[in-house]
Design a protein around this ligand. Structure first.
Ligand SMILES: [Fe+2]
Ligand SMILES: [Fe+2]
Length: 195
């Protein structure tokens, strides 16, 4: 299924970015400088790549079809599972942004802690969310959606990809991952999230 293939590749890109986020937080925790503009990049990446570009495709093209066509299991999995977690991701990013606004005015330890909490909460939640989509949600869609629905979803995703590619969206955020990774390195998730 073209649509899930492309979104699994995006998951890999997002997971790579989240490892960089963990490394940025470790740097600050160990007494390194908190570079506000780098933490603002997390907000930008989360809102425009992970959310608008990736969750946007899930919500508008794939999940809406699963919710309306795959009975109570589909409805439960999407509406009460995946969509709720997308909202929780947005809340973590808002917390991070608010903390950055406060930190830029006054460099209090509590604001620094809130920045780390927002960034780490986001990284942990989204890592777990992606693991569930790869293992359960996408395979369920691939097994259960009819071929004509799949064809329609694939076409919408392919048009969206072409339009965003023309605006350089994918390249911009892949370059951001590479440059942040070069600066901060990466730290694997230590949670036992695969259980
Ligand atoms: Fe999702
Ligand atoms: Fe996803």
């Amino acid at each position: 299924m073209y649509c899930t293939d492309i979104m699994i590749k995006e998951h890999d890109n997002i997971l790579q970015f989240l490892k960089v986020v963990r490394s940025m937080c470790c740097t600050v925790l160990e007494g390194g400088e908190l570079v506000s503009s780098d933490f603002r990049n997390i907000v930008d990446f989360a809102r425009n790549y992970s959310d608008l570009h990736h969750h946007g495709k899930e919500e508008k093209f794939l999940f809406n079809e699963m919710e309306s066509r795959l009975g109570p299991i589909g409805e439960n999995l999407i509406r009460h599972g995946m969509l709720v977690e997308h909202e929780m991701c947005r809340a973590h990013i808002l917390d991070l942004e608010n903390a950055l606004n406060l930190w830029e005015k006054k460099q209090e330890p509590i604001y620094k802690m809130d920045i780390l909490e927002g960034a780490m909460g986001y990284a942990t939640l989204l890592t777990r969310h992606i693991t569930k989509e790869n293992a359960v949600v996408y395979p369920f869609a691939e097994r259960q959606l009819s071929s004509d629905v799949v064809e329609t979803v694939d076409k919408k995703v392919s048009d969206f990809e072409a339009e965003t590619e023309a605006r350089g969206v994918q390249k911009h955020y892949l370059d951001m991952i590479a440059s942040m990774r070069e600066k901060y390195g990466e730290v694997e998730d230590q949670h036992d999230i695969l259980q």
